[in-house]
Design a protein around this ligand. Structure first.
Ligand SMILES: [Zn+2]
Length: 84
């Protein structure tokens, strides 16, 4: 009986340690992913400027394009004009 209880306690400690180790690793990868995304620059497919933070996806002539906020605004204006 006593042995069984001890094994259960050990299981609890092992799972607790695993969770305690697991979360910092997950957090680390999450932070790395965010930093990686923030540093990863890609040129805007409309004007060629480097996109730093926010990129917008547009489908123009059946092709998916990543554009900067500036071009996004321009495209939105063009789209609304076309709608009229
Ligand atoms: Zn652009």
């Amino acid at each position: 009986m006593a042995r069984k209880r001890k094994a259960k306690e050990n299981d609890f400690i092992v799972s607790f340690v695993l969770i305690a180790l697991f979360w910092p690793i997950l957090l680390f990868f999450w932070i790395v992913k965010i930093i990686w995304k923030a540093w990863q620059t890609r040129p805007c497919e409309m004007c060629g400027n480097q996109i730093r933070k926010i990129a917008y996806n547009w489908v123009i002539d059946g092709k998916r394009k990543r554009v900067c906020p500036h071009c996004n605004q321009r495209l939105e204006r063009e789209q609304s004009r076309r709608a009229f």
